[in-house]
Design a protein around this ligand. Structure first.
Ligand SMILES: Cc1cc2nc3c(=O)[nH]c(=O)nc-3n(C[C@H](O)[C@H](O)[C@H](O)COP(=O)(O)OP(=O)(O)OC[C@H]3O[C@@H](n4cnc5c(N)ncnc54)[C@H](O)[C@@H]3O)c2cc1C
Length: 101
């Protein structure tokens, strides 16, 4: 069984690496305490964690790529990106604010 950075290291742009590692630990502890047969723990853990960790990895990567591309954008496009930021941030916060277990 792997969890935390060993399972889903991510670009740092959402500052969620440690958060995901702690969530992994809580979900795993709850699974083990719930009486799920040991042979099923790995697949249940994967089913519970994959989508959320993938969201963090993909969103962090998108921000990283956007950040790197920004220098090549004309000023008008950069301003458009800045105007979009609050809505984008709110959408990300909404996902991360959901219960993880
Ligand atoms: C500069 C920086 C800033 C960060 N800021 C944030 C932030 O603001 N918010 C956030 O959520 N995340 C942040 N992170 C990410 C966060 O630190 C990691 O996602 C988190 O520490 C992952 O925890 P982990 O337990 O999976 O791995 P780790 O913290 O890397 O723990 C793994 C442990 O295993 C030990 N180890 C390795 N190999 C062996 C071995 N063979 N035998 C025994 N022990 C071994 C290591 O020494 C280490 O202590 C940051 C990371 C960095 C580098």
């Amino acid at each position: 069984m792997v969890a935390g950075d060993a399972a889903h290291a991510t670009a740092p742009h959402l500052t969620q690496g440690a958060a995901m590692a702690v969530e992994d630990a809580v979900v795993l502890a709850r699974l083990l305490a719930s009486g799920v047969p040991a042979a099923m723990v790995g697949s249940r853990f994967m089913a519970l964690r994959r989508e959320r960790c993938t969201f963090v990895q993909q969103t962090s990567r998108r921000i990283l790529l956007a950040e790197m591309a920004t220098d090549l954008d004309p000023v008008r496009q950069r301003l458009d990106r800045i105007r979009e930021l609050p809505a984008r941030t709110a959408a990300i916060d909404a996902v991360l604010g959901e219960r993880a277990w």
